[in-house]
Write a protein that binds this ligand. Structure first.
Ligand SMILES: Cc1cc2nc3c(=O)[nH]c(=O)nc-3n(C[C@H](O)[C@H](O)[C@H](O)COP(=O)(O)O)c2cc1C
Length: 165
């Protein structure tokens, strides 16, 4: 099966989870597409996994641009959506708010890939915000172990579902 994994992130979290997903699907013909660098129509593929990092409660600009060009084509393709975001409790709200309704309703699933707050990977103002969010979580939880992280186990579950297709 020809699978398109199209993602948009800024500091490598989405990319690492999408590369992990591709590595678990060796028998499929997988194309990894970093939407911040290039774009491709979903039409030539049998299945699409599409998602984005969330910053300031928004999808990455490249993911929004992709949706405005290819939403109709994506709705017609079998697909799974994902988000990378640090606030796990907001994942469902973000999915409802950020993905077009038709795309969400027609998706096989919408998967939470987790999210990290790695200050050293951020630049400029993002670094400042990442540090502020980290500090507020640590102060509210009083436990550094409560900091969010990426969720490779969710990626593996998705791979288990796609592998036999
Ligand atoms: C400046 C900044 C803003 C962020 N805003 C949000 C947010 O609004 N909601 C959220 O859940 N996570 C937020 N995050 C966490 C990111 O979603 C998380 O770092 C994710 O792993 C980013 O994926 P990427 O590395 O592919 O860019 C933010 C992170 C940064 C650095």
């Amino acid at each position: 099966m020809k699978i398109l994994i199209a993602y948009a992130g800024k500091s490598g979290g989405c990319r690492s989870m999408c590369e992990l997903l591709a590595s678990h699907l060796p028998r499929h013909d997988v194309t990894l597409l970093d939407l911040t660098e290039s774009t491709l129509s979903p039409e030539a593929f049998d299945y699409v996994v599409f998602g984005s990092a969330v910053r300031f409660s928004k999808l990455h600009r490249a993911a929004r641009a992709y949706l405005s060009t290819y939403k109709e084509a994506l709705v017609k393709k079998p697909h799974t959506l994902f988000l990378c975001c640090a606030f796990a409790d907001q994942f469902e709200n973000y999915a409802e708010m950020l993905f077009p309704e038709e795309l969400l309703r027609s998706a096989d699933d919408t998967v939470y890939f987790g999210g990290e707050l790695n200050v050293s990977r951020q630049k400029g103002l993002d670094k400042l915000f990442a540090r502020m969010i980290r500090t507020s979580i640590i102060e509210s939880e009083e436990d550094e172990a409560m900091l969010p992280g990426l969720l490779p186990e969710h990626v593996r579950l998705l791979a288990d579902r796609l592998r036999p297709m």
